[in-house]
Design a protein around this ligand. Structure first.
Ligand code: GDP
Length: 308
């Protein structure tokens, strides 16, 4: 059997967004189909499906909380999955593969805006070093494979992704899904909404459907060995995010900032020049509109959502 496109990590955020796009001749695989941390399981799947192209989304990810508690697990599982998937793809003769990092893997102390060329210029923020070092090796492995075996493996670096089918865990999730879940509970219980940190950190958010659209474009058109950052470049404070979300969810209680909880990195603005050069007219979904879609999905699926 030959497959045009294989998507790993298909049960996650971007996998879910790709499924909505009705792609032909595409296999969406999850941990039920193969254990990507085991090479035997990974290569058996590749020999069976014989994909021409691969979108490698599978990863162990979490928000600030998850990263701080599970640094060993995040390091091991991510590095094993990446090593196995890229090697199995090479052996199976895959023509093109795209994999993903995140802007949180950049050096903690580096010049802003974050630029693709500065990825390895210093250690990552201590709150996510296990995840960050494992993810940085994706770029190293892709470049090494390109050098020796001419593999057309490209790497994208999206900013903070959110959207339908996220992990809505109250402790391990990213800020948007955690807050949606917590706001929902606070509304039901008539309580205040408690947020972590000072509300001052700035982040750039990207809707999973925007990542899916960009991914399909990159797969057809991008062939550079250097990674490419995927972001609108619009920074939003956690305070502003919480206020917009409270408005979308019609939450009337107070927003309380628990400053005993960590802020993480204060900001990580990204350089969007390369993406703009390739796609000057790409329309990013505005944050409010993306939040409305995500909240609607959460409310119609709750409590059968990941992390609940
Ligand atoms: P990251 O810090 O960019 O890896 O992503 P997160 O989504 O985990 O956190 C972003 C920011 O949101 C940090 O400054 C957190 O302090 C803040 N934040 C506020 N409330 C929450 C929450 O309930 N969960 C998480 N994960 N972050 C929160």
């Amino acid at each position: 059997m030959k497959t045009d496109l294989l998507v790993t990590g298909a049960a996650g955020l971007v996998g879910h967004a790709l499924r909505q796009r009705n792609l032909s001749d595409t296999e969406f695989v999850t941990r039920e189909h193969a254990d990507l941390t085991e090479f035997g399981s990974t290569s058996t799947m590749f020999s069976l499906l014989k994909p021409r192209r691969v979108i490698h989304l599978a990863a162990v990810v979490g928000g600030l909380g998850g990263n701080m508690i599970h640094s060993g697990e995040y390091f091991r599982n991510n590095i094993m999955m990446n090593l196995n998937v890229l090697e199995a793809a090479r052996l199976a003769g895959v023509e093109k593969l795209i994999s993903f990092m995140s802007t949180c893997v950049f050096p903690d102390r580096c010049q802003y805006p974050l630029n693709e060329a500065h990825l390895h210029n210093g250690p990552p923020h201590p709150s996510n070093f296990g995840y960050a070092y494992a993810k940085r090796m994706l770029e190293v492995q892709s470049a090494a494979y390109r050098n020796e075996w001419n593999c057309n493996y490209i790497v994208a670096i999206p900013t903070n992704i959110y959207g339908p089918n996220d992990n809505f865990s109250l402790t391990d999730g990213h800020v948007i899904p955690s807050l949606i879940h917590r706001c929902h509970l606070a509304k039901q219980r008539g309580e205040d909404l408690v947020l972590w940190g000072s509300g001052k950190p700035l982040r750039e958010f990207i809707l999973s459907d925007d990542v899916a659209r960009l991914t399909l474009w990159l797969l057809d058109n991008y062939n550079e060995d250097q990674p490419i950052i995927l972001s609108s470049g619009i920074e939003v404070s956690i305070m502003e995010l919480a206020e917009t979300l409270a408005d979308v969810m019609e939450f009337k209680g107070r927003l309380i900032f628990d400053t005993t909880k960590p802020d993480g990195q204060l900001r990580k603005p990204s350089d969007t020049a390369k993406l703009k050069r390739y796609l000057p007219d790409f329309e990013f979904t505005p944050l409010r509109q993306g939040l409305e879609q995500t909240v609607e999905w959460f409310l119609s699926n709750y409590p059968k959502v990941r992390g609940a």
